[in-house]
Design a protein around this ligand. Structure first.
Ligand SMILES: *[C@@H]1O[C@H](CO)[C@@H](O)[C@H](O)[C@H]1NC(C)=O
Ligand SMILES: *[C@@H]1O[C@H](CO)[C@@H](O)[C@H](O)[C@H]1NC(C)=O
Ligand SMILES: *[C@@H]1O[C@H](CO)[C@@H](O)[C@H](O)[C@H]1NC(C)=O
Ligand SMILES: *[C@@H]1O[C@H](CO)[C@@H](O)[C@H](O)[C@H]1NC(C)=O
Ligand SMILES: *[C@@H]1O[C@H](CO)[C@@H](O)[C@H](O)[C@H]1NC(C)=O
Ligand SMILES: *[C@@H]1O[C@H](CO)[C@@H](O)[C@H](O)[C@H]1NC(C)=O
Ligand SMILES: *[C@@H]1O[C@H](CO)[C@@H](O)[C@H](O)[C@H]1NC(C)=O
Ligand SMILES: *[C@@H]1O[C@H](CO)[C@@H](O)[C@H](O)[C@H]1NC(C)=O
Ligand SMILES: *[C@@H]1O[C@H](CO)[C@@H](O)[C@H](O)[C@H]1NC(C)=O
Ligand SMILES: *[C@@H]1O[C@H](CO)[C@@H](O)[C@H](O)[C@H]1NC(C)=O
Ligand SMILES: *[C@@H]1O[C@H](CO)[C@@H](O)[C@H](O)[C@H]1NC(C)=O
Ligand SMILES: *[C@@H]1O[C@H](CO)[C@@H](O)[C@H](O)[C@H]1NC(C)=O
Length: 584
């Protein structure tokens, strides 16, 4: 199955000039066709509309090799705008493909749009999801695997199998209902469950799990070692991941090989991905539980909010039974989870893609050029609406994407004045973004003044996680930074009443989203962008605007209608073009 010839040709046209510069002429193109639509599913026993990709929930895994050109033709069969975001894929030199509102106009209902990007300088585990309108709470997500090329070794024996596991909290209310709750100033309340690969819990307890719920079973060969790629694709709950009677050897996170360590369980915060090596070394007297349970909550009231799947050896002698393996017992020790997070370190001797090929992996000896302290506070009311802020600013998405506005020199779309320190005055609604210095080295301190764990994601980069601690960050906190083997990743957690410090080498030109990955905080305005401009523009540091770019906002007059009736999709949803202004 391939995408239409014209998308492919225009893709080549865009890149043809660049092939010589980068020596990429041999890099293969991998095509995907994604049809995004609603289907009815009952993961927790209650029928609801979920978002499927090619009829599947979760969507298919994208499995590519580093340096591949990836072409994904996305057809929007939802009833509202759509953008797919490739979380953790760095989109080097092309924020045009990032799939967030600051860089792309939404794909209108019934339209299709073709993403074209190269996965470069990164190897590991990521995931995609729909970035608009709270849609991730209804699905639309799937795993992304970026494999090494054969000439680049991996720092462990090739696993026998490779298994993608998507875990996340889940509501039986759909994303429109959840959005309404937030719009009317309410909290989302407790999720109704935790799904594992789109399925509800195994019936480990007749009282807690009703009959008739389908669960996930992962079948394995005894004695073999598997790579499990686990992502938290949920709304806003930190999850503890564990497998009964099995050790998890942590090997990779979001594109960096870690020092390989042995865990009985690991906390996976919203938006994060880890690879574990798991050896099937038990006696198969029964199946084993795979558990993803809510973290930092009252276990009694949250016991229903637990994801349970089954690890089934091919020689298994019976079903899993009895109590679930215990979660970490640390109610009175708030440093347990943080210490575990600090123990995740980068294997600096592992070969493979570096987050920053320019050599900035010696991050500890690079002088910082810009410092931003970003402070999260509990939601508050601004202008009669409940909003979330970063440093006193609640972000308002502009009608015209920032990158597009720059391209066409549209004035007044955003302010390039995001403050270095939290504002002391009253909080405000603004489209305020960070002025990044090209080739600068930025320190960002994320301070969480709320009572919930938050995770923050940076697009376009892997960031070095150099420190985290409880209390307020101060200049003196730098003395505690890990200047040698802090992990480079794309999504970091910030514990309540604590800070996390990251360093970013600003070598990727574009406009990049820096956001809370907890959907409620994000939806309520907890995000900004970092704009990085090469003062000497050329086509080497940033790809030109793709010729299929959509127009909206102040530029909507430039948008040509799209006639989808001739597109070769089955059940084209009525076909017909759409030529009004894009209005999402
Ligand atoms: C979401 O749920 C609401 C109310 O339960 C329902 O009216 C609506 O049709 C659903 N929306 C989608 C897209 O399924
Ligand atoms: C939409 O899909 C058709 C058929 O695959 C393709 O020819 C066309 O280029 C796509 N349009 C865009 C804007 O990606
Ligand atoms: C780090 O990577 C090297 C090179 O692949 C490997 O030999 C070594 O075992 C790894 N070290 C740890 C602690 O994971
Ligand atoms: C990914 O693709 C490679 C071939 O390129 C294949 O060897 C591997 O098994 C695939 N992985 C998964 C999880 O499908
Ligand atoms: C099932 O869960 C309930 C509620 O937590 C508990 O009281 C009961 O003991 C559990 N049953 C079994 C068989 O573990
Ligand atoms: C993990 O740790 C346990 C307990 O210390 C040990 O028995 C087991 O062999 C370790 N596994 C690996 C693969 O290192
Ligand atoms: C299998 O291992 C479990 C501990 O994990 C042990 O309780 C059980 O007796 C063993 N069964 C056999 C048949 O060896
Ligand atoms: C957890 O919730 C239960 C039921 O509401 C309550 O009885 C218990 O006191 C709570 N535990 C803690 C530690 O707050
Ligand atoms: C960093 O700054 C110090 C003092 O300002 C200077 O001596 C040093 O050479 C700089 N290091 C680099 C790598 O630029
Ligand atoms: C943004 O930063 C650049 C240096 O990187 C500087 O030249 C420019 O004046 C700044 N723009 C604003 C609006 O502060
Ligand atoms: C939030 O900040 C205030 C003022 O600095 C402080 O008193 C409070 O302890 C902080 N709370 C958290 C959870 O960080
Ligand atoms: C970049 O490429 C585009 C299209 O290929 C061309 O129009 C433009 O002049 C180039 N810009 C520079 C600075 O080379």
């Amino acid at each position: 199955m391939g995408v239409g010839g014209s998308a492919f040709l225009s893709f080549l046209a865009i890149h043809i000039l660049l092939l010589f510069d980068f020596g990429l002429a041999d890099d293969p193109v991998v095509n995907y066709n994604f049809v995004v639509s609603y289907i009815t599913a009952s993961p927790l026993g209650v029928p609801q509309q979920v978002i499927a990709v090619n009829g599947k929930f979760p969507g298919p895994t994208i499995n590519v090799t580093t340096n591949n050109f990836v072409v994904v033709n996305v057809r929007n069969k939802l009833d509202e705008g759509l953008l797919l975001h490739w979380s953790g894929i760095q989109q080097r030199r092309s924020s045009w493909q990032d799939g967030v509102l600051g860089t792309n106009c939404p794909i209108p209902p019934k339209w299709n749009w073709t993403y074209q990007f190269q996965v470069k300088d990164q190897i590991g585990s990521f995931f995609y999801f729909p970035s608009l309108h709270f849609q991730r709470a209804s699905g639309g997500f799937g795993g992304i695997i970026v494999n090494n090329r054969d000439i680049i070794p991996i720092p462990f024996d090739t696993p026998y199998g490779d298994i993608t596991i998507l875990i996340g909290d889940w509501y039986t209310r759909n994303h429109t209902a959840l959005r309404k709750a937030l719009d009317s100033g309410n909290d989302l309340g407790m999720p109704h469950g935790v799904l594992i690969n789109g399925k509800g819990p195994y019936r480990y307890n007749d009282t807690l799990v009703p009959d008739g719920i389908e669960h996930e079973t992962i079948t394995v060969q005894p004695g073999k070692t598997y790579r499990l790629r686990v992502s938290n694709v949920g709304v806003s709950t930190s999850l503890n991941f564990r497998i009964q009677s099995h050790y998890l050897i942590l090997a990779e996170t979001e594109g960096s090989y870690t020092v390989q360590q042995n865990y009985t369980s690991l906390d996976i915060h919203v938006g994060q991905t880890y690879s574990f090596l798991v050896t099937m070394d038990q006696n198969a007297s029964s199946d084993y539980y795979i558990v993803a349970s809510a973290r930092f909550v009252n276990e009694t009231t949250w016991s229903r909010v637990t994801g349970v799947a089954v690890l089934h050896y091919t020689n298994s002698k019976g079903k899993a039974s009895g109590p679930l393996p215990d979660p970490p017992q640390d109610q009175y020790d708030r440093t347990y989870s943080m210490n575990q997070a600090r123990s995740i370190r980068w294997n600096v001797s592992a070969s493979g893609a570096r987050p920053n090929p320019q050599g900035s992996f010696r991050y500890g000896s690079i002088n910082v050029t810009d410092v931003y302290v970003l402070k999260n506070k509990p939601p508050l009311v601004i202008g009669g609406k409940r909003r979330a802020t970063l440093s006193g600013i609640s972000f308002v998405n502009p009608e015209t994407p920032i990158r597009l506005a720059d391209q066409y020199k549209v004035k007044g779309v955003y302010k390039l004045e995001f403050p270095n320190r939290p504002l002391s005055g009253s909080p405000k609604l603004e489209t305020s973004i960070i002025n990044g210095t090209y080739k600068g080295f930025m320190e960002v301190v994320l301070q969480n003044n709320d009572t919930k764990v938050q995770s923050y994601h940076m697009s376009g980069y892997a960031v070095f996680v150099v420190g985290m601690d409880y209390g307020d960050w101060s200049e003196n906190s730098r003395g505690t930074y890990n200047k040698w083997d802090g992990i480079a990743r794309t999504t970091v957690q910030v514990y309540p009443g604590a800070w996390t410090a990251i360093l970013i080498s600003l070598d990727n030109v574009g406009v990049w989203n820096l956001r809370a990955d907890n959907l409620d905080s994000w939806y309520l305005g907890q995000e900004t962008y970092v704009r990085i401009v090469n003062p000497e523009p050329n086509n080497k540091t940033e790809f030109p605007m793709p010729d299929n770019a959509l127009y909206c906002g102040a530029l909507s007059r430039l948008q040509k209608p799209q006639h989808v009736s001739s597109a070769n999709y089955l059940g084209g949803g009525g076909g017909g073009g759409r030529n009004e202004v894009l209005d999402d």
